[in-house]
Design a binder for this molecule. Structure first.
Ligand SMILES: [Ca+2]
Ligand SMILES: [Ca+2]
Length: 236
């Protein structure tokens, strides 16, 4: 018999490229066919950022998703007329999902803002996962745990929007190299003896040997209590 319990769900530091088994569920570099729905005004478009844009070099290849690619955005944009929406992609096989993208944002602080949303129901409802304000000085990586919205959902979408007030305009928002990755949980197994409250009693191999957990509180760690032949484990 094996007992499984899962501890913790919230912090992001556990997500890094050292985790094995990462799967890219969706990715878009905006350099070829992208399939995004754009507002058509056009406020958001896909193309090469050029002179007039603070950002003049895409993160990858020749194109980005951005607001007015050769100059400033305008006054009085609303989220309803300033948006870009991804195609739906399938996350039904995954429980741990992380959205990442590079942003180069140049907004008037406080008054103009950018927003990122995720939908787990094909765009019927949206959850704001990050809001942008002020200025980034270069391409900046953003990483967001979207598991609580996207896990086990078959039609997940990402939406990018912007709004502005009147009076002052800046060069706006550039986004590139967006992806959604799935991660497996990390399994730990108990040794045949020891105290279950001790980190050293656990390891990544099924006999309890191997790497011990650094703590009991990181996200997405699964602790398996093995019913060994003559267990002497305790939980003091
Ligand atoms: Ca690109
Ligand atoms: Ca403004």
């Amino acid at each position: 018999m094996m007992v499984i319990f899962i501890v913790g769900f919230l912090c992001l530091p556990g997500f890094n490229n050292t985790l094995l088994g990462q799967t890219t569920v969706y990715s878009q570099n905006f350099d070829g066919t992208h399939g995004w729905t754009l507002d058509g005004t056009p406020h958001f478009s896909v193309g090469a950022p050029v002179a007039g844009n603070t950002c003049t070099a895409p993160r990858s290849a020749s194109k980005v998703l951005g607001t007015v690619l050769n100059g400033n955005y305008s006054d009085s944009w609303t989220e309803a007329n300033s948006y870009a929406i991804s195609p739906a992609f399938d996350c039904s096989a995954y429980n741990i999902l992380v959205l990442s993208f590079y942003s180069y944002s140049v907004f008037e602080n406080t008054w103009d803002s950018g927003y990122v949303y995720v939908s787990g129901d094909n765009g019927t409802s949206w959850t704001n996962v990050e809001t942008f304000d002020g200025t980034e000085t270069g391409w900046t990586l953003h990483t967001i745990d979207i598991s609580n919205i996207a896990a086990s959902k078959s039609q997940v979408r990402i939406k990018i929007t912007m709004s502005s007030d009147v009076g002052t305009v800046y060069t706006g928002w550039n986004i590139d190299d967006l992806s959604v990755s799935a991660y497996p949980p990390v399994n730990y197994y108990s040794k045949s003896s020891g105290n279950l409250n001790a980190l050293s009693t656990w390891g990544t191999n099924t006999d309890g040997s191997g790497t011990a957990p650094a703590n009991f509180t990181n996200d997405y760690q699964i602790f398996n209590i093995r019913n060994n032949a003559a267990p002497t484990i305790s939980a003091n």
